[in-house]
Design a protein around this ligand. Sequence first.
Ligand code: PMP
Ligand code: GLU
Length: 398
Amino acid sequence: MNKTLSNRINNLSESQTLAMTRLSRELQAEGKDVISLSIGEPDFDTPQLIKDAAKKAIDENYTHYTPVPGYPELRKAAANKLKRDNNLDYSFEQIVVSTGAKHSLTNLALSILNPGEEVILLAPYWVSYIEMIKIAEATPVIVNTTIDTDFKITIDQLKNAITPKTRMIWFSSPCNPSGSVYTKEELLAIAELVKNYPDIIIVSDEIYEHINFVGKHESIAQFDFIKDQVVVVNGVSKGFAMTGWRIGFIAAPKWIADACTKMQGQFTSGTCSIAQKAAQAALEADTSIVNDMVAAFQRRKELVYDLMKDIPGIKMNQPKGAFYFFPDVSSYYGKSYNGEVIKDATDLCMFLLNKGLVALVSGDAFGNPECLRISYATSEEVLKESINRIKNTLALLK
Ligand code: PMP
Ligand code: GLU
């Protein structure tokens, strides 16, 4: 039997966030007491009013195929949310609802990119961006940053990365994995630069909008002079603790919304009817329903920072949003334990897993090999134990 797979799948890397989560589940099943700080998902339950909306949807027989871009009432709820929270004007025809923001991003890559075109990624970038771009046969162009600039790019760096082949720029703010948040002024400077290149589309991934510790969320789509070049990506997974419901959406120029609708019309159809009704309730609810969760994330962030800042050889930034730390651990490279040399982030990650029983994700997966990602979306008690393990395990390296 010919078991040859497509070059496409052979060239695709497994998602490292999901791979580390799988590995920790396997070790747990073998009876090992592994703590996983590898997956980025709120440990909170979905708020009751959202669950009630889903139950009602079942009872009211929302059980049929849905319109490909989503129920009009959900798309209207998304447009109203963008006006209410972000002062952005979108008509519901510009909203396309998909099976998670991951799916929204895949639609964008497959609908817009042609082979040979370039997509600029601001590193560290979210793990799946690069694979989505590769599967669309486009070329990722990475703009690197370090912890010393709070993982933010300069305008000169961005300008130098733009070529006649540049088609898109993708970034998240608040950022997974660094927790950095671009300010309004910084976004304006990016917008002013990109305006000079009217064929470039900016993908602004705002999925962590609500998990922001420095104030109001700022979207690059707020600058009217660039809005026709921006696609806002958002969803309910992170802000409303709804990762399993799989609802994301884009707000985009109509020609892009139409293309993404056509794409998902062939691949998935409209996403789950019940989850759409739940997401509508989330987007229509008062945003205060997420306040307790966000406050808990902020307390945990402070706890982790206090516990980690004194670990020798670790450099930390102060995350301003999302629920990750992305410490620079490169001072440990070249050290060893019992003859095992730690060459890079992946080695260190495996050492912390096997010896320290804590699962993190290597910075390589996010385009920054100096760092490791720690997700602090778990209880304070578990975080204390994990940081203790990290500290003790790193101390073994000489
Ligand atoms: N963008 C970023 C930056 C993320 O961290 C995630 C997390 N999964 C996603 C998109 C995808 O989210 P969703 O669960 O809606 O697919
Ligand atoms: N976005 C989350 C993370 O970065 C969820 C896992 C995934 O979809 O890759 O860990």
